[in-house]
Design a protein around this ligand. Structure first.
Ligand code: G6P
Length: 608
C-alpha cells in the first residue's frame, strides 16, 4: 500500500524514480510525486491520480538532481489532491518526506506544531512528520528523524531527505516494508524489491524499529537509540522480466496464463514425482513437533483467506487435524483460544498485509508456533515465522490475485500431506496423488483453453447488474473467490454462497436477469449441487455451470456449461477457479474498467 522509491548516486534521479514507481503503481494510484535535490534546493512535482498524470507533468520541465524520492499513494488522510500528494515538505522546504502507513497521534502533534508556529499546507498525517524533523533538526538528519519517530505513534515506512545533507536518504520502518538496494556507487530504497529489479537484486530488508542512513557508497542501520545494527543482505532471485507484461494486454491476464508454470515451479523441489516423497524440510513439521499439535489455525485476508477455507478441507480431510480459519482483521480483536498445541499458518501473497501480520503476532504471543505460506521471499511474514513454505508464483503485479491463489492451494495440499505423514497416517503422497500433481500444470493449461467460451459468456453477460456464485464443499470458497474477482475488477455486485444455503435467502434474488455460476464438478457434492441448480432454473435464473464431464442431467438443467479437465476432488478447486478468473477479466475489459488497478484497491494492504 503506497509505493516508495528513493535513489542516491551519480545518475539523474527523476527518470529512475519514475521507472521504479511504474513497477510499484499496483500499491496505490490515487496520486504520485517526486522530489529531487540539486544545488541545495528541492524540486517537488506532484499530481493527483495515476502515475501517467505525473509523467505528463514532468514532460519538458526540468527535475534535476542525483538524489531523489518518489511515491505513489493509496489515500488514507484527505482526498487524493495534489496538495495531499507526497512528498511533503517542512516550512522551509529543506526537508522532504514520504510516508507509507498511518500516524495515529498526528492530530495532537499537528496542534502542538501549529501552536509552535509551523505552517501546514495539506490535510495529511505525513506532513506532521516533515515539521517534526524540521523542529528536531540540528545538522544531523538521522538524529532528527530518530527524534521525530519518537514523537509519533503508528505505522510507518519513511524516507526523508534534507538539502542540508545532500546525497543522503534516511529511511525508517515500523510496520510497512522498506528495502534498501545495494548498487555500485549508488543506492536505492523502495517499498518492494520489484521496484529495483532492473538495477539490483542485492537488498536489505529493514526490520521494525530500524533506521537507515543511505548514501551513494552504501548504508548503515541503527535502532531508535542510535545503536548500530547488522542486517543480512538477501539476493532476490526474481528476474526483472517477470515483472513485465510480455505482450499481454494486462498483468492480470498474463498472470492467469502463467498459472501452469507457476504451479510447476511451486511443486518442483517440494515433491519427488518418481517416489511421491515430500521434501518440505522443516523442523516444525517433523513428527515429534506435529504430535504436539491438536489443531491448526489458518489466518489470512482477501483471496488468501479463500485459500485458507480450502486449506481447512485439505488439512482436515487428509491429516485429520481440526482446523480453524479466521480473517487477520477479526482474529486480532477477539479473545481466541490459542496455545502451543496450535499450529498457526499465515497465508499471504505479499507477506506484508498488516492485519495478517498483527494476527500472527497475537498467535505467537499466545505461544503458538508460526508457519508462513508466502510468495514474497524475505517479506515480513516470512521473516517472523518459524518456518516458511514458499509459493513460487513469481511477482504478482495486477491487484486481483490469481496465480498466488492457485499456488497457495498447491502448497496447502502438500502441507496437508506432510502433516498426514508426520501424524503417521501415511507415507508421502500416494501414487494417485503424485500422478494428479504431475498432471496439474497441464490440466491448468487445458482449463485456460476455456477462454474463448468464457469470453463469449462475458460478451453475453457483461451488462448484468448482479451475479451469484454457488458451490459446495471446497467449491464454496471457489464461489467466494469467483464473486470477489468480479467485484474487484468489474465493480459488479456479486455474491458467493454455499449452494445449500441459497434457499435461506439469496434465492429471493433469483429471476430471469440473474446469472448464477454453479460449480458442479463430479465429486461427492454433485447430486446435491444439481438440486440447487434446479432450484435456480425453476425461478428462471440463468445457470452457468462449471463441471468436469459430459453430464446429461447438468446439460438439461443449465443454460451454459463450461467443461474442465478432472483431477482429484482436493485439487479440483485449482482448476475450477481459472474460468472464473477469466470471466471476471473479460467482463472488466468489456466494461472498460482498469483491470490491473481497480478503483480504491491496492495490492498489499499495509494499514489496518
Ligand atoms: C489486498 C489485495 C487482495 C489480497 C489481499 C491479501 O486486498 O487486493 O488481492 O488477496 O490484499 O493480500 P495478501 O498479500 O496477504 O495475500
Amino acid at each position: 500500500m503506497c509505493g516508495i522509491v528513493g535513489y542516491v548516486g551519480s545518475k539523474e534521479a527523476a527518470p529512475l524514480l519514475i521507472e521504479g514507481l511504474k513497477r510499484l503503481e499496483y500499491r496505490g494510484y490515487d496520486s504520485a510525486g517526486v522530489a529531487t535535490l540539486s544545488n541545495g534546493a528541492f524540486t517537488v512535482r506532484r499530481s493527483p491520480g495515476k502515475l501517467s498524470n505525473l509523467i505528463a507533468r514532468l514532460e519538458g520541465v526540468s527535475t534535476p538532481g542525483t538524489t531523489g524520492l518518489g511515491h505513489t499513494l493509496w489515500a488514507t488522510h484527505g482526498r487524493p489532491t495534489e496538495g495531499n500528494a507526497h512528498p511533503h515538505t517542512d516550512c522551509t522546504g529543506r526537508i522532504v518526506v514520504i510516508h507509507n502507513g498511518i500516524f495515529e497521534n498526528f492530530a495532537e502533534r499537528k496542534a502542538s506544531l501549529l501552536a509552535a508556529g509551523h505552517r501546514f499546507t495539506s490535510e495529511t498525517d505525513t506532513e506532521v512528520f516533515a515539521h517534526e524533523v524540521e523542529a528536531a533538526f540540528e545538522g544531523d538528519l538521522l538524529a532528527a528523524v530518530r527524534t521525530a519517530v519518537g514523537r509519533l505513534s503508528g505505522a510507518y515506512a519513511l524516507v526523508v531527505s534534507s538539502s542540508e545533507e545532500p546525497g543522503v536518504i534516511v529511511a525508517a520502518r515500523s510496520g510497512p516494508p522498506i528495502v534498501l538496494g545495494i548498487g555500485s556507487g549508488e543506492s536505492y530504497v523502495a517499498s518492494d524489491p520489484v521496484a529495483l529489479a532492473p538495477w539490483t537484486r542485492d537488498v536489505v530488508f529493514l526490520e521494525d524499529g530500524d533506521l537507515a542512513r543511505v548514501d551513494a557508497a552504501g548504508f548503515s542501520i541503527c535502532d531508535a537509540d542510535g545503536r548500530p545494527l547488522k542486517r543480512v543482505p538477501h539476493r532476490i532471485l526474481w528476474d526483472a522480466v517477470a515483472a513485465e507484461k510480455w505482450g499481454y494486454r494486462h498483468f492480470m491476464l498474463k498472470q492467469i496464463h502463467e498459472q501452469p508454470t507457476a504451479l510447476a515451479e511451486t511443486l518442483g523441489g517440494k515433491i519427488s514425482l518418481a517416489t511421491g516423497e515430500l521434501s518440505l524440510e522443516s523442523e516444525l513439521l517433523a513428527p515429534e513437533r506435529v504430535a504436539a499439535f491438536d489443531r491448526v489455525l489458518l489466518l489470512a485476508c482477501g483471496t488468501s483467506w479463500h485459500s485458507a477455507l480450502i486449506g481447512k478441507f485439505l488439512i482436515e480431510g487428509m491429516a485429520r487435524l481440526p482446523v480453524e480459519v479466521d480473517y487477520g482483521s477479526e482474529f486480532r480483536y477477539r479473545r481466541p483460544v490459542v496455545d502451543a498445541a496450535t499450529l498457526t499458518i499465515g497465508i499471504s501473497q505479499s507477506g506484508e498485509t498488516a492485519d495478517t501480520v498483527a494476527a500472527l503476532s497475537e498467535a505467537r504471543r499466545a505461544g503458538s508456533p508460526l508457519l508462513a505460506v508466502v510468495n514474497v521471499a524475505g517479506s515480513q511474514i516470512a521473516r517472523m515465522a518459524d518456518a516458511v513454505v514458499a509459493t513460487h508464483a513469481g511477482p504478482e503485479i495486477g491487484v486481483a490475485s490469481t496465480k498466488a491463489f492457485t499456488t497457495q492451494l498447491a502448497v496447502l495440499y502438500l502441507l496437508a500431506a506432510k502433516l498426514r505423514e508426520s501424524r503417521g497416517l501415511g507415507k508421502g503422497l500416494t501414487p494417485g496423488e503424485t500422478a494428479a500433481l504431475a498432471h496439474l500444470p497441464k490440466a491448468a493449461s487445458r482449463a485456460l483453453a476455456t477462454e474463448p467460451r468464457v469470453e463469449d459468456l462475458a460478451r453475453q453477460f457483461h451488462g448484468a447488474r448482479d451475479f451469484l456464485f454457488l458451490g459446495r464443499g471446497p467449491h464454496y470458497p471457489v464461489a467466494l473467490e469467483g464473486a470477489l474477482k468480479l467485484k474487484e475488477i468489474s465493480y459488479i455486485h456479486a455474491e458467493g454462497y454455499p449452494a445449500g444455503e441459497m434457499k435461506h435467502g439469496p434465492i429471493a434474488l433469483v429471476d430471469e436477469n440473474l446469472p448464477v455460476f454453479v460449480l458442479a464438478p463430479h465429486d461427492n457434492w454433485r447430486e446435491k449441487t444439481i438440486s440447487n441448480l434446479r432450484e435456480v432454473k425453476s425461478r428462471d435464473g440463468i445457470a452457468i455451470v462449471v463441471t468436469t464431464r459430459e453430464d446429461a442431467e447438468i446439460a438439461d438443467a443449465a443454460d451454459e456449461v463450461l467443461r474442465l479437465p478432472e483431477t482429484s476432488p482436493e485439487l479440483q478447486p485449482i482448476l475450477s477457479v481459472i474460468p472464473l478468473q477469466l470471466f471476471a477479466y473479460h467482463v472488466a475489459v468489456r466494461r472498460g474498467c482498469d483491470v490491473d488497478q481497480p478503483r480504491n484497491l491496492a495490492k498489499s494492504v499495509t494499514v489496518e
